[in-house]
Design a protein around this ligand. Structure first.
Ligand code: OFO
Length: 163
């Protein structure tokens, strides 16, 4: 049976992953309606992965004797000023998610739930990959500058890590 505090921490992450998915859907829409087809594909794929993260939390909580609650989700921003802004926000968001994952692990340790702590390791690795992948996209954008966005958009799917 899942410890109450651990269950609460896991259930609160369901909303964060759902928000991540919708945030990236919103970015996909922005990219698609601004002519950046490659970038929109990247964000649609990213949104699908975030939904899978959400499902992982839902299933784990239920399997361990808890009960997942499906939350309402805050509306993400829909207007972005530039490609640079979109990816700077993405990196910041992933860093925020990594800090939440660490907090959940902190609760697991406090409550001596070492099974969930071990299970959470998958998310630790996932965040390492996602942060690295988005940071390298930000580097590429900085190097290319605003005048080579066509090339960037053509290349971006090749920069997808195994997330
Ligand atoms: Fe981006 O890994 Fe889930 O939120």
């Amino acid at each position: 049976m899942l410890n109450k505090k651990v269950e609460e921490a896991l259930v609160s992450q369901i909303e964060k992953e759902a928000y991540s998915s919708n945030l990236y859907l919103s970015m996909a829409v922005w990219a698609e309606t601004n002519g950046f087809e490659g970038t929109s594909k990247w964000f649609y794929a990213q949104a699908d992965e975030e939904r899978l993260h959400m499902l992982k939390f839902i299933k784990y909580v239920n399997e361990r004797g808890g009960k997942s609650v499906i939350p309402s989700i805050e509306q993400p921003p829909s207007e972005f000023s530039s490609m640079k802004e979109v990816f700077a926000m993405t990196l910041e968001h992933e860093q925020y998610i990594s800090s939440l994952i660490n907090d959940i692990i902190g609760v697991c340790v406090e409550e001596k739930d070492f099974t969930t702590q071990t299970w959470m390791q998958w998310f630790v690795n996932e965040q390492i990959e996602e942060e690295a992948s988005v940071a390298s996209i930000n580097d590429k954008l900085r190097i290319l500058g605003d005048h080579s966005l066509y090339m960037f958009d053509q290349d971006i799917m090749g920069m997808r890590g195994s997330v």
